[in-house]
Write a protein that binds this ligand. Structure first.
Ligand SMILES: *[C@@H]1O[C@H](CO)[C@@H](O)[C@H](O)[C@H]1NC(C)=O
Ligand SMILES: *[C@@H]1O[C@H](CO)[C@@H](O)[C@H](O)[C@H]1NC(C)=O
Ligand SMILES: *[C@@H]1O[C@H](CO)[C@@H](O)[C@H](O)[C@H]1NC(C)=O
Ligand SMILES: *[C@@H]1O[C@H](CO)[C@@H](O)[C@H](O)[C@H]1NC(C)=O
Ligand SMILES: *[C@@H]1O[C@H](CO)[C@@H](O)[C@H](O)[C@H]1NC(C)=O
Ligand SMILES: *[C@@H]1O[C@H](CO)[C@@H](O)[C@H](O)[C@H]1NC(C)=O
Length: 399
């Protein structure tokens, strides 16, 4: 009897061991190990604006949206942006702009990005310089207010419960950032030299860092931070600041602007490393979007694209881009309004949409490169961007 009991106990032990180890294995390799992000909160500029600037300052004109939404949809692209693919792959609906008061459902997150946003507040109005007054510090204030008021308003019940995120979503959510490009161009617009632009980058990144800390202070834990893209490959820079042939690379990009973007990115990476030390509870993923975008532009044909740096939607000039007649610009001819800066025939094989932003096809390609963590530091995929913090949560549930 005693022996049987022992055998029985051993057996139970073995079975328990097996159960635990298969559960652990499933947790590590199976779908259960994936982070569960019930919401995404995005802060940034036009690279991830899904309607903020449009809601506040007027809709992006047609042919924006032509490919996917079939009408303007607050995005500066023919279709979806990287943030849309991030939402899709997380099983969430596309993010609505926080500023969009019409028919917005924020249960699964909100987008605070606006086109033309900078990290640092600019000392000019949008009509003077084109930069959005909704700089990153303002986006953080809006986020913080959104969080506070969501909690209060949800308590009222009714429809509000079905429009705003649950309180716990704010700590479980993925926080995505794509901003900095406009801080670089803002200096050039003031006729700063590249050295002068570089000199203020630490201030820009200091303010960026403060916002990450602010979100952490509000309970955010998982961060997904895009670095800035190859500015020197974009027609709006190439057209505005013509370079000497020696300053151009073999793919038609302006080296000084790309060098300043890479300098920004090196410093951003340092800031992220510092943040990891200061915020031990945070999972911060740095995503090298620069390399992906530059690889695409420099090897367009190889990846099934045409015309590296030439805008698809635009009019005239060397790059099919004219700053005074941007994508969607119209002209009155014999009493009728006609679009003079229209879309190219097939945006699905083009990289640059309007001289500043990328096409949906390019955004999708870029997303596919970054989603599996190949360009991330640490090399976690999007589904692991919580660094296993949700995995542990899940494991406890399983055991
Ligand atoms: C705006 O002006 C303030 C006060 O002079 C200055 O501290 C700040 O750096 C300026 N911002 C930018 C983006 O130049
Ligand atoms: C908002 O979206 C969520 C799903 O993300 C859904 O459950 C909810 O019913 C929606 N709210 C309204 C008012 O339609
Ligand atoms: C920058 O230089 C251009 C060309 O010389 C000039 O037209 C413009 O007014 C200058 N901008 C500023 C802000 O000084
Ligand atoms: C850009 O557009 C303006 C205004 O229509 C025009 O005067 C100018 O010649 C155009 N530039 C080029 C390079 O086509
Ligand atoms: C505008 O109308 C005039 C007179 O009817 C005509 O000669 C001209 O070709 C028209 N222009 C365009 C661009 O249709
Ligand atoms: C990530 O995905 C890209 C695009 O599908 C692929 O080329 C690459 O090999 C993948 N990397 C890893 C580490 O799986």
């Amino acid at each position: 009897m005693k022996a049987m009991e022992l055998v029985g106990e051993k057996w139970i032990e073995i079975v328990t061991c097996l159960v635990i180890s298969t559960t652990l294995m499933r947790s590590v390799s199976g779908s259960e190990s994936e982070c569960i992000f019930p919401a995404i909160f995005n802060l940034g500029d036009s690279n991830s604006d899904t309607g903020g600037l449009s809601a506040a300052f007027g809709q992006a004109p047609p042919p924006n949206g032509i490919t996917y939404f079939h009408s303007p949809n607050g995005r500066f692209s023919d279709g979806r942006l990287i943030i849309d693919f991030i939402a899709e792959s997380s099983g969430l609906a596309y993010l609505r702009a926080y500023l969009d008061s019409v028919a917005s459902n924020f249960t699964h997150g909100a987008n605070f990005a606006t086109a033309g946003s900078t990290v640092r507040p600019q000392n000019t109005t949008i009509s003077q310089s084109g930069y959005s007054p909704i700089s990153l510090d303002v986006q953080f204030v809006q986020f913080s207010d959104f969080k506070t008021r969501s909690k209060l308003v949800r308590q009222q019940g009714g429809v509000f419960k079905e429009l705003l995120p649950k309180e716990e979503y704010f700590s479980q959510a993925l926080y995505t950032f794509d901003i900095g490009q406009n801080d670089l161009t803002a200096g050039y617009k003031l006729n700063f030299t590249t050295e002068q632009v570089k000199a203020y980058i630490p201030d820009v990144l200091g303010q960026f860092s403060n916002v990450i800390k602010g979100v952490y202070g509000e309970g955010g834990r998982s961060f997904w931070i895009h670095n800035t893209g190859p500015l020197g490959c974009l027609p709006y820079m190439l057209d505005r600041y013509p370079m000497k042939p020696t300053q151009m690379d073999e793919f038609g990009c302006a080296k000084p602007f790309n060098e300043v973007a890479q300098y920004f990115n090196r410093k951003l990476k340092e800031v992220v490393e510092q943040l990891r030390k200061e915020l031990p509870g945070a999972a911060i993923t740095y995503v090298d979007v620069y390399t992906v975008k530059y690889t695409l532009i420099s090897h367009a044909q190889k990846y099934g694209f045409e015309q590296g740096v030439i805008a698809c939607c635009g009019h005239g000039g060397k790059y099919n881009f004219n700053n005074t007649e941007r994508c969607g610009a119209t002209k009155r001819v014999n009493g009728t309004e006609i679009v003079i800066a229209n879309s190219c025939k097939d945006p699905s094989v083009r990289i640059i949409w309007d001289g500043i932003h990328y096409t949906e096809a390019a955004n999708k390609w870029i997303f596919q490169q970054i989603v599996n963590g190949s360009f991330s530091d640490p090399p976690h995929s999007l589904k692991r961007a919580c660094y296993g913090k949700s995995i542990r949560r899940h494991k406890f549930q399983l055991l």
